[in-house]
Design a protein around this ligand. Structure first.
Ligand code: CAA
Length: 258
């Protein structure tokens, strides 16, 4: 076993950067790596000084999926009781904005992890896919649902049934990826987006994320109700008063997060 941390974390002002760090296994998402990732995400979610989180991968992969070697001999009951995959839901439940900087393979659980993030930036070298069908299973961490919402039912169905991967440019053309960057500028682009978000009212950012997420995860009626509730709620914040006052006074707002 190597002593290298499974997740390397660094903080740059209001931004936390988490690097999946099992490059020799193409960052396969072992239970220990996922636990580590969840621990970091939840820690930064609770830290008032952090306003946005970036996830990327070390080496030539973002993540090549759940760790096949850790699951190969598992029984259904072991999969169920260990919560090995179910606990990934805690990643999607992070309230702060999470940006995936996809630097290489995002396959299976790696693609699902990227889709749990709020913004997906991809390097030209990235590849996306749900190849579980090749090993006799199906996506288990949201792939059938999130990919279908991102790409539409026909493209998602083809990817899930054939296991075929798509390039970063194809992913961008079909709405799975926000934009494609040269590999050497990927992290800087993620930092730029994170900094832009970090300058906004954190309350408005959190409630906006919740409302946009509702569009994909609930009915339109429920989503509209969540949006309206969050919209009203922000009128209780000092940031709303400050933001509107600053606009009228033609100056930059000074958000306090209250
Ligand atoms: N789990 C465990 N180990 C993995 C892995 C995974 N998902 N993906 C890659 N690795 C390991 C390989 O076993 C190999 O280890 P060794 O050096 O010890 O042999 C190392 O990473 C490098 O991989 P390759 O030699 O295979 O590299 P390659 O460049 O020839 O191929 C690849 C790259 C096409 C991504 C290939 O590694 C691959 O197909 N990986 C598996 C992808 C996959 O099936 N993902 C879905 C997993 S299941 C899942 O994610 C379920 C879910 O929905 C939650």
């Amino acid at each position: 076993m190597s002593d290298e941390p499974l997740v390397i974390s660094s903080v740059e002002g209001p931004i936390a950067i988490l690097t999946l760090n099992r490059p020799q296994a193409l960052n396969a998402l072992s239970p220990a790596l996922i636990d580590n990732l969840i621990r970091h995400l939840e820690m930064y979610d609770a830290d008032d000084l952090i306003r946005a989180i970036i996830i990327t991968g070390a080496g030539r992969a973002f993540a090549a999926g759940a760790d096949i070697k850790a699951m190969a001999n598992a029984t259904p009951i072991e999969m169920l009781t260990s919560g090995m995959i179910a606990r990934w839901a805690r990643i999607a439940a992070i309230r702060k904005p999470v940006i995936a900087a996809v630097n290489g393979y995002a396959l299976g659980g790696g693609c699902e992890l990227a889709m749990m993030c709020d913004i997906i930036l991809a390097s030209e070298t990235a590849q996306f896919g749900q190849p579980e069908i090749n090993i006799g299973i199906i996506p288990g961490a949201g792939g059938t649902q999130r990919l279908t919402r991102a790409l539409g039912p026909y493209r998602a169905m083809e990817m899930v049934l054939t296991g075929a991967t798509i390039s970063a440019h194809e992913a961008a053309a079909h709405g799975l990826v926000n934009r494609v960057c040269p590999p050497e500028t990927l992290l800087d682009e993620a930092r730029r987006v994170a900094q832009t978000i970090a300058a906004k009212s954190p309350l408005a950012v959190q409630l906006a994320k919740e409302a946009v997420r509702a569009a994909a995860e609930t009915t339109v009626r429920e989503g509209l109700a969540i949006e309206l509730r969050n919209f009203y709620l922000l009128f209780a914040s000092e940031d709303q008063k400050e933001g509107m006052r600053a606009f009228i006074e033609k100056r930059a707002p000074n958000f306090s997060g209250r």
